[in-house]
Write a protein of this length. Structure first.
Length: 593
């Protein structure tokens, strides 16, 4: 009431109401306009895009001052008195009359200055001298003039906030202001906080030749307050400014983390093979002794030792085309070669068939595209980085799909509504980890592989590393690239087809523990993957069921023999209560005793 009396006493002629453009804003604008118009004050409504307020509009639409000026000129007349001229026209008229009013926008200034001053200009009251209307003008007073829709000039949509920019091993956020000058925030350790609720960073604020450096958890309010207090002492900046800066920095760090958590190798459209490439890949798949040639290819590709592990990972990758693919965890200490095993195995598969992440947040899998993972390999560099997504990974492996109901805003109406997200499988999952104790629920869904840590294997690896520096190593590198090209094209020729195992009823498997139920399924899937790999060497069986033709590939005795050779070690390790490294230590102790 006091403000209303003050406006009336100042004989303000026109007020622009710039409330939020939502249901509450419209209601509030109508109530305020009714009170103002009862005092003889003309009201105009600033029409922001739906759901935006003045601040959001100024930050998103650039240049801010020009865009806000357009909205002020196009403000809708709400009632009382004559339809006043536009802001620019009114300013020109009052300048001629010698009256102090809102100056025209100075477009020669920097955009940041204009953006900062545009909102206060919009809120400034515009006093004009009372004028006695002529009879014709009085007649027009009760009828509002027609409102011509404003045509907004094309404007650039700016990002929702400042972003971090990589600078060597650091990330930098630069903020500018006329009063405080350029403020540079340098962030270190951003990658280490991926997949974690904490944001433990090394943060340096630099203003001219003054700076403040500290380590803090940006997600903790107390540590942010401590940084603000100490930085204000060191740099002389106002704590309120630093508080706003840290809020913008927090949003920028979250955005950078989201970008880093995206796939390192993005899914690409399936490549169309030329006739020559198709013939070449088909010859590879149809030649005899496919498994023996694969083992030789692994050695030519620079993989020394680990033949069974690489073959198992390769067959697990082939199982992506089955209804229930295999999953693999490679477990070893740091620097033992688990990442090398993963990368070498993935190199045999086309880029469009694999997706690789460094880390995953708890809900990230649910918001992938519906078919982004179907019949693909999902590789996660460190199991610890996917700890929060372990529940989704378990469901994806067991159910073959993910579905989540989430609350989101309808882009058309702006109202909150329940939205359903669906991710379709099946998908082959591959993880690496240095942890000794794994999540049992995740582990019993996967094949656990252990890297060879023997001194003999280390010597073999060192020999290969030295050979890569020789002429023979350079020649082998060229040959390896050609070999990988052929193997990738061979994978592109494999298709998802049913597998029939006529020998399944005669097979046996341990049944003493309840988890043998899942391990038995892994064993049968391993046999199916071997048969699927040989699909171009065997005739397709056909059987009509309910008017539908069912095509399948049959398992052979040789497929079962290979599975029986690979399964005891890997499935026996899955059944072992001790991790591989602990089991090895126990065997050494027993030998010593």
């Amino acid at each position: 009431e006091e403000l209303l009396e003050g406006l009336a006493a100042a004989r303000v002629a026109r007020i622009f109401i710039a409330f939020d453009r939502d249901e509450a804003g419209e209601k509030g604008a109508a109530e305020v306009a009714a009170q103002l118009m009862a005092r003889g004050i003309e009201c105009r409504r600033v029409l922001f895009p739906h759901g935006l307020d003045a601040n959001e509009y100024a930050r998103q639409v650039q240049p801010a001052a020009q865009s806000l000026g357009v909205l002020l000129n196009a403000a809708a007349w709400m009632g009382k008195g004559r339809a006043m001229p536009s802001v620019d026209e009114s300013a020109a008229t009052t300048r001629q009359n010698g009256c102090g009013t809102m100056p025209p926008a100075d477009t020669s200034r920097a955009p940041s200055s204009l953006a900062a001053k545009a909102a206060p200009e919009a809120a400034r009251v515009v006093p004009v001298p009372e004028a006695q209307p002529t009879p014709n003008e009085a007649a027009k007073e009760e009828v509002p003039p027609p409102i011509t829709p404003a045509v907004l000039p094309p404007v650039a949509i700016a990002p929702s906030g400042p972003t971090l920019q990589p600078a060597g091993e650091y990330w930098v956020l630069t903020l500018d202001g006329l009063d405080a000058g350029v403020r540079e925030y340098r962030v270190g350790g951003l990658e280490k906080s991926l997949g974690s609720e904490a944001m433990k960073l090394t943060l340096r604020l630099k203003v001219g030749d003054r700076f403040h450096l500290d380590c803090l958890d940006l997600a903790r309010d107390g540590e942010r307050r401590r940084f603000i207090e100490r930085a204000a002492e060191e740099t002389g900046l106002h704590p309120d400014l630093l508080k706003r800066d840290l809020g913008r920095l927090l949003l920028a760090v979250e955005q950078a983390q989201a970008e880093l958590a995206r796939p390192q190798e993005t899914a690409t459209p399936a490549r169309v093979l030329t006739s020559a490439e198709r013939t070449e890949a088909l010859l590879w798949l149809t030649a005899p002794d496919l498994i023996g040639r694969l083992r030789a290819a692994f050695r030519l590709a620079g993989i020394v030792g680990e033949e069974n592990n690489v073959l198992l990972v390769y067959l697990a990758g082939v199982s992506r085309l089955l209804e229930r693919p295999l999953a693999v965890i490679v477990q070893s200490p740091s620097a033992a070669g688990k990442s090398m095993l993963m990368d070498s195995s993935l190199s045999f598969f086309p880029e469009e068939c694999r997706i690789k992440y460094s880390a995953m947040t708890g809900q990230s899998l649910y918001y992938l595209g519906e078919t982004d993972l179907k019949h693909k390999i999902l590789a996660i560099v460190e199991e610890a980085g996917a700890e929060k997504a372990s529940y989704a990974l378990k469901l994806l492996q067991s159910e073959g799909e993910l579905t989540i109901a989430s609350t989101g805003k309808d882009p058309a109406t702006g109202r909150m509504e329940t939205q359903e997200y669906h991710v379709e499988g099946p998908v082959m999952i591959m993880l690496t980890t240095t942890a000794i104790d794994l999540d049992e629920e995740l582990q019993n869904r996967c094949l656990t592989l252990a890297v060879d840590e023997s001194p003999e294997q280390t010597a073999r690896i060192q020999t290969i590393q030295r050979e890569r520096r020789t002429l023979a190593g350079l020649v082998a590198k060229t040959e390896r690239a050609e070999l990988l090209r052929v193997l990738k094209n061979a994978q592109r020729l494999l298709s998802s087809v049913e597998v029939l195992n006529p020998f399944a009823p005669a097979l046996t498997f341990p049944s003493g523990r309840t988890r043998n139920r899942r391990d038995h399924e892994k064993y049968l899937t391993l046999i199916d993957a071997i048969a699927l790999l040989h699909q171009h060497q065997r005739p397709r069986g056909r059987h009509e069921v309910a008017g539908r033709l069912l095509e399948y590939v049959e398992v052979t005795v040789e497929d079962i023999a290979l599975a029986n050779a690979l399964a005891p070690e890997v499935l026996g390790r899955c059944l072992d209560e001790l991790p591989p490294q602990t089991r090895t230590l126990l065997s050494h102790i027993r030998a010593l005793v």
